[in-house]
Each structure stands twice: as C-alpha cells, then as structure tokens.
Design a protein around this ligand. Sequence first.
Ligand code: ADP
Ligand code: MG
Length: 372
Amino acid sequence: MLCVRAPGRVNLIGEHTDYNDGYVLPVAISLETRVYAQPRTDALCHIYSETLDEQHVLNLADLPPPEQLPDGFIRYVAGVAAMLQQHAGRTLTGVDAAICSGLPLGAGLSSSAALEAAFAVLWDALDDLRLERLTLAQLCQQAEHRYAGVRCGLMDQAASLLGQAGRALFLDTRTHAMQHVPLPPDWAIVVADTGKPRALAESDYNLRRAQCEQAVVALQGVLGEAVVALRDVSPEQGALYLPLLEEPARRRARHVVGENARVLAFLTALRHADTAQVRALMLASHASLRDDYEVSCAELDAMVEACLQAGAIGARMTGAGFGGACLALVERAHLERFLTDAERRYRARAAYEPRFYACDAAAGASLCPVEI
Ligand code: ADP
Ligand code: MG
C-alpha cells in the first residue's frame, strides 16, 4: 500500500499575471489531498473518491480519449495517466486507489492540481519513472488542458509539486525560473472564503485576456516587437505609454504592469519581514484588481476590509474574481482573535456564509509512510 499527499495552494500576489507571461508567488498550503493505493498486477484501476463517494474504473492499457470519459474527477486521473504514459512510452501499473481530501473542492485552492499531483507522484514512484518535479508539473498541466478542458497556467501544479515547507514559490511563468522564498515563521496564512461562489464567467475571463492582447498590439506600435506580452513593459514605460491606449485596455494593462512590479517588490519585503510594505503591496494589488482590472465584488471588498480591521498584516482578493476567497496574512500570536473578529465583521457586511482556513506553507507532494 502506498500513500501520497499533495497540497493545495494560494497565491500571495501576482493575480491575472500568468497569461501575460508575468510573475506569481504561490504557497503550497497545509490543506491537502491524499491518495491511498494498492498496486495491481494488471493495468486496471479502481479509483474511489471518498470526498464525492464516487467510483470509476480505468484500463491503462486502453485509455479512452477525454471526450469518451464522463465529466468529473476521473478525467483528471485519466489525464495524468495518459500524459505520463505518453512521456514514458509504456503502460503504467494499475491501482486500487482511494482519494480523500481536506481541501474544499472548487474553492480556488486548487484541489484539481492537488489531485493531479498526487497521482503523478504515485505513478512516478510505482513505475520508477524518476521524473523531475517540473516535468511532472508540466504533464499535470497538460492533463488539465486536454482532459479537463481548463487552459490553466503552470502555477497550481508547480506549487503542489514543488512547494517547500515554510516557503513561497516565486515562479516566472515565461521562463519557468523558480525561487523558494522563506516566509517569516510567525506569519500564518488565512484563506477567507466569502461564501459567494466564484463567478468569473469564461466570457469575462476571455475578454480580459483579449484586452491585454489589444494593449500589447498597441504598445508594439510605440515600443516595437520586443513587447511580446505585458510582462515586457516596465513600470517606467507603462507610465509613459499606457496613457496613449484606449480604455479599458489602458487600465487592464496598468493592472498587469503594476502587479508584476508588486510581485518583485513583495519578494524584497518578505526577505526583510517588512510588514508595512507587505501590507501596502497587498492593498495596492486589491485596489488594482478592483478598480483597474474590475474583477472584485462587494463581498470580496467587504472581506478584505473585515480582515484588515481584525488586525491582518495585509489582505487582498485572490483567484479569478467576482466571488471566491481573500488571502490574509496574520501574526500567529493574534490568529484566534483575528479569526473570530474577521468573521463577525464580515457577517455584519455580507449575506453569505464565510469560511476561514488557517494554514501554513507546506511541502510539495510526497509519499507518506502508511501503517497497515
Ligand atoms: P479547484 O481546483 O479550485 O478546487 P476546480 O474546479 O479546478 O476547483 O477543481 C475541482 C474538481 O477537481 C472537482 O470538481 C473534482 O472533479 C476534482 N477533485 C478535486 N479534489 C477531488 C477529490 N478529493 N475527489 C474527487 N474529485 C476531486
Ligand atoms: Mg483547479
């Protein structure tokens, strides 16, 4: 029997930068998914999710294409198996596996990447594939693209597979350069779910992407072909040339250019445990997402306000937007008081049922010892 754990993630700063070739700073969190698996002597898999109380059967020797699979979690598992098999050029070992999870599903904490990462690490060990973690992350990303139909960046899978305890993961989404950045040990990470479901429709998301592309084309007119994505525009160039753009592309681009600079400034602030600067950068990120990128909502604004008034070091919305969760950084010594106070303050402002998850920065997916 093997057991694998794989963490969810939250992004400290760098929102809507990933599809602009920019920077992100996720943390693998101590809420995780576990897979318990018994290898078989054939290529069959019986995969049971305790979370959903649902079981599926897969034959690794004859994996169906995505469109022939039912919607739902088996697509992620089949996707990972298919990508690993394609990469390794052989059929993997069948398993009887059970999935359980302390991560809320669909709450923006990337339970999907945790599920993929867990199965990737499982088969990597079982079939002695010895793949690099970055390769596993890329194969999981491919699985999510092709089998779940979600065109995600690499952030979620990288965080779940490459995270380190006590550290955030700085990721350059263009070059895939990474750096593990220590977090001050006395800071806790709080995910504050507004209770309002995420509602960024695909159309809104695609519209934001298109407006960023419009901005790139317009900026190429003045800055030349060196501008491939908004990541190539410095804050100084932004100040000079963004005013030439039409609305709303101008404000969308201003968010992205500013947000990339904020990620870099945040790294320095973290190194010095500079609470004032961390707070300022998180507030600037939230304001920019609210006013320039226009992806916040009354509940996210109310939650950020409640967290700040309850004594958070900093708080901001996280995830795609129009609902979902905020992230707050909180001094550990004040955590209990913070949680009670923030909840009371949010409830006074919003009609939704909030949920608070206090977590630490956890290590990336790993095999764990099992006692049978
Ligand atoms: P998020 O990744 O933010 O949690 P997604 O919509 O991307 O939200 O992924 C959620 C989906 O991932 C679920 O609907 C389910 O298909 C799959 N999933 C994640 N965790 C589990 C689990 N423990 N058991 C079964 N399916 C899971
Ligand atoms: Mg997901």
